[in-house]
Structures are given as structure tokens and as C-alpha cells.
Design a protein around this ligand. Sequence first.
Ligand SMILES: CC(C)(COP(=O)(O)OP(=O)(O)OC[C@H]1O[C@@H](n2cnc3c(N)ncnc32)[C@H](O)[C@@H]1OP(=O)(O)O)[C@@H](O)C(=O)NCCC(=O)NCCS
Length: 226
Amino acid sequence: MSGMAGTSSIEGKGTELTTEIRHVRDDDADAVHQILEAPHVVRGTMRLPFQSPDSVRERIRHVEGVIKLVAVRDGRVAGYGELVTYPQVPRHRHAGEVNFIGTHPDFRGHKVGRALMQALIDMADNWLQLSRLGLIVWTDNKPAIALYQEFGFAVEGTMPQYVIIAGSYCDAHMMGRIRGEASPFPFHARTGRRDGRRRQHICDAVLAFCRRQPTFQDMCTGGKGP
Ligand SMILES: CC(C)(COP(=O)(O)OP(=O)(O)OC[C@H]1O[C@@H](n2cnc3c(N)ncnc32)[C@H](O)[C@@H]1OP(=O)(O)O)[C@@H](O)C(=O)NCCC(=O)NCCS
């Protein structure tokens, strides 16, 4: 979906439905509030339950460097996503964060999250020229982790007891994506199967690197060289 300007449509993979992606508007506040208040969204994010609609109106206001998109399906706001960038920070303006992504309860599993991610990544890669994207996700949030991995994010670290969810601590993954670099361990989200060809490619590269190291050659040839 590159070539986006203002509004764009994305065909859902494996579905006839079309999702319109556009920047959020003031009159979307009630619909975005419904998304932010949904129990699965509260659980997957830092939000507290029972937040006022005013706080949502504040949240969707324009902030320099923050891209706030809605996904619209059949005329309804079905999802909301935010990308935070740092255009005024010279040493960090190549980087951005997926700060939020959430789907309305009526549209979960209908490729709305995918359409939003696709739009945010297109914006980052093809318009803002960001080379690094990062995000934080709770380690028990399987749907979100699967979605991110499909878009090339890899787990870069894990922070123990990062967040409280309904009275219990949960760890959080830091995930990152370097533009043009595939995730080192890509696998399909639902099947969990790894991409064998890519894994072989990585093994070959590691072996080739080791072969170039003198100690490895010594081990193989008794120090006489190849
Ligand atoms: C994560 C979330 C945005 C996914 O949105 P969605 O519209 O339901 O997802 P989609 O239908 O677009 O699915 C896209 C991909 O997400 C993953 N996914 C979605 N639901 C999944 C599930 N129940 N189990 C495993 N993977 C799932 C899959 O990789 C899927 O691709 P596939 O259908 O080709 O296998 C949604 O579950 C949500 O709003 N969660 C609450 C908010 C949240 O936790 N946000 C992330 C904070 S870090």
C-alpha cells in the first residue's frame, strides 16, 4: 500500500473487505473511546479501565511527529493506531515507535490490525524514511506478538514484572524492526513453523564467518591453514 496520501484503502488478505485508513479526526473521539475502553485493549496496553471520554479527545489531538490513524470498515471506525517519531531530534530521527494498535471488539480477527500495521509501516518505511521501529508488548499478548513478528519485528529483550494486569505482574518484550532486515527467526504466527530456508541461510552465514576466523581454521587444519 505505498503511495499513500491522506486516505487509502487496503484489501484484507484472504477477505473481500476493504479497510479505509485515514488520519483520526475530532469526530472519531467516541468510536476511539470504545476501542480504548474495550477489555482486551485495556489488558494489552498501559490503559486503566474507566477513563473519561475527555482524555480520549485529548489523546487524538494533533501532536507534532505523532501519526494517529483509524481503520474504517463499512463506515465504522474499526481500529486505531499511533506511530511516534522524533523529527526534531537529529540523532534519533531515524527511529520511531508503534505506540498503540487496537481493534474494536466487533472487528477482532478481521484483518483490521494487519491493515493498520501495514499503513504505519508504509508511513515509516516509504515516507518518513525511518530505519528503526520499536515497541513494547506484554509477553502473554500472543495475537499482538504474532502480528508484529509477521511485520519483521524481533524480540530484543525481556523486562521482568514490567506491568500489572488485573492484579498480577507480567513481563514485557522490547521488540524492534530494522528496515530491510527480516526478523532473524521468522515463523508463521498461527502454525509456529519456522522458515527453514532462511534458518539455513543464517547458519551458512555464521559458518562462513567462523571459517574466516584463524582459531577455527587452526581447529580444522591443525594450524597449517586450508
Ligand atoms: C493485537 C490486535 C491489534 C490484532 O488485531 P486484529 O484486527 O484482531 O488482527 P488481524 O485480524 O488483523 O490479524 C493479523 C495477524 O495478527 C495475528 N493474530 C490476530 N489474532 C490472533 C490470535 N487470536 N492468535 C494468534 N495470532 C493472532 C496473526 O498473526 C494475524 O495474521 P493471520 O490472520 O494471517 O494469522 C488486537 O488483538 C487488539 O486490539 N488487541 C488489544 C490491544 C493490544 O494488545 N494492542 C497491542 C499492544 S502492544
